[in-house]
Design a protein around this ligand. Sequence first.
Ligand code: FAD
Length: 311
Amino acid sequence: PYEVLVIGQGPAGAAASIYTARKGFRTGLVGERFGGQVLDTMAIENFISVPHTEGPKFAAALEQHVGEYEIDVIKNQGATALVPATTEGGLHTVTFGEDAALKARSVIIATGAKWRLMGVPGEEEYRNKGVTFCPHCDGPLFKGKRIAVIGGGNSGVEAAIDLAGIVDHVTVIEFMDEMRADGVLQDKLRSMSNVDVILGAQTTEVVGDGTQVTSLKYKVRATGELKELPLSGIFVQIGLLPTTDWLRDSGVELAARGEIAVNGRGETNVPGVFAAGDCSTIPYKQIVVAQGSGASAALSAFDYLIRTKQA
Ligand code: FAD
């Protein structure tokens, strides 16, 4: 059995595994896709100390760094269930598919998240060519341009306020007849001169010229009328879905929206089981944050292992 088994090979999992390997623990790192969400982006300009890199390059660097340590890397495997130890200091079991399983004294869950998509034609084709999900990451790419933010919840309205300070003009598009964001955020948004809000609108198509987004089509839900908005960027903010459905029957506590509930040390409600990054309640979903929380979870696993007798 492993002393530490890390599930998920994104930034959080890679950081966690390096930290526990550096403590001399026998560490396994299992995942579906080495690199995680960073594989879906090009420019990364907010990983501090690296002014500019690209997603695939960043993922390769993560893998290379992990490779410098004695970490047992198992790729292309999706965990399907976690069965926590029944006694303190006992072994936790993580299963893969029907009959494969790995055992470990401690488990760090770093299975990340996925952005909820609009599901309209053109969205996939123009991903990273105008369609984006991360205002903190891609806002500066649209300086001086017209953009739309899809979604009038807290994340959409926060994104619109953030982007209004960078881009030329922002249109917020909300499906319902009112925005769900907190009142103070809505007030702040409406006080900005370069923002419009369109309520009761359903996006129907992302239109582009083959290389870049040029407009967004939407339907006015009340009348069925179709309209088109010329723009360069579309920030989709209709939810981030944590990859935690596989933990449903594990006894690991999930918070609202399915994130794994952790404290500031990355501890879950189950002794010896930790979580980090976008799958957890750690606020702000960013690479540096995911890596920092992966390091915290790993150090907490270290504390747990040195204080717990193996059952
Ligand atoms: P993830 O990166 O989601 O990695 C989780 C990994 O776990 C994945 O490989 C997944 O396949 C795997 N996994 C899932 N379920 C299982 C399972 N059951 N068993 C095994 N493995 C599993 N952040 C920035 O700081 N700067 C940026 O410029 C930036 N740009 C972004 C652009 C895009 C398009 C996107 C989508 C995100 C961007 N982000 C950016 C956010 C950043 O990528 C995430 O915050 C970060 O990757 C989270 O790391 P993580 O390790 O928690 O999760």
